[in-house]
Write a protein that binds this ligand. Structure first.
Ligand SMILES: Cc1ncc(COP(=O)(O)O)c(C=O)c1O
Length: 188
């Protein structure tokens, strides 16, 4: 992970970076970050990416060995992805797939993924993150066993200190104390 700048954001020098950082420190609550620590040391602002490299607002070039958060697996600055996104944003930026509707990209992607998935996996459920994928999986598995007439099958097994995400169910699967949903247990 890029190291934070040592320079404080206060005492802004009037540059756009100083303005952005001041706003960030005041108004942006960062995940997995101690806000006090962030206030003491300004975050590093990443402004551009190309291939496997990223640049911060001060022009430092870095190898992005973390690939974003393990998710920029095709690299930065791909003209073909930019064009595909531009074309789709213009045609139909969003529609839901509730209530017996679908969209061409959802239908095509589901079909392509099913074709390369292991045998027996024929259907795709789209979510917007790994955390919500795992929450959805917990609900689906429980619903499945309810429908199978075995509603007591509720136990999920995971490895100690595993990370499965930061939503309530996903965090409770792992046992990493900082992310543990038991800290925010919802009453029934
Ligand atoms: C194994 C694993 N599961 C789940 C997640 C959560 O994904 P997301 O950050 O998209 O919610 C991560 C994220 O790093 C992960 O590494």
């Amino acid at each position: 992970m890029p190291e934070a700048h040592d320079t404080p954001t206060e005492g802004a020098d009037g540059s756009p970076e100083a303005r952005w950082l001041a706003g960030d420190v005041q108004h942006h609550l960062h995940p997995f970050t101690d806000p006090e620590d962030l206030r003491r040391r300004a975050p590093r602002m990443i402004v551009r990416g190309e291939g496997v490299r990223i640049w911060d607002a001060r022009g430092h070039e870095m190898l992005d060995a973390m690939s974003g958060l393990w998710c920029v697996n095709l690299g930065y600055g791909r003209a073909d992805l930019v064009e595909a996104a531009r074309e789709q944003m213009q045609r139909l930026p969003y529609y839901n797939t509730f209530f017996q509707t679908t969209t061409q990209p959802a239908a095509e992607l589901a079909t392509e993924l099913a074709a390369i998935a292991p045998a027996g996996m024929r259907q795709v459920f789209f979510t917007e993150s790994g955390s919500s994928a795992n929450d959805t999986m917990v609900r689906m598995v429980r619903r499945y066993w309810d429908l199978m007439g075995q509603p007591r099958r509720k136990m999920l097994i995971s490895r100690r200190n595993a990370y499965h995400g930061s939503t309530l169910a996903a965090a409770s699967l792992g046992g990493i104390v900082a992310a543990d949903a038991k800290l925010t247990h919802l009453p029934k």
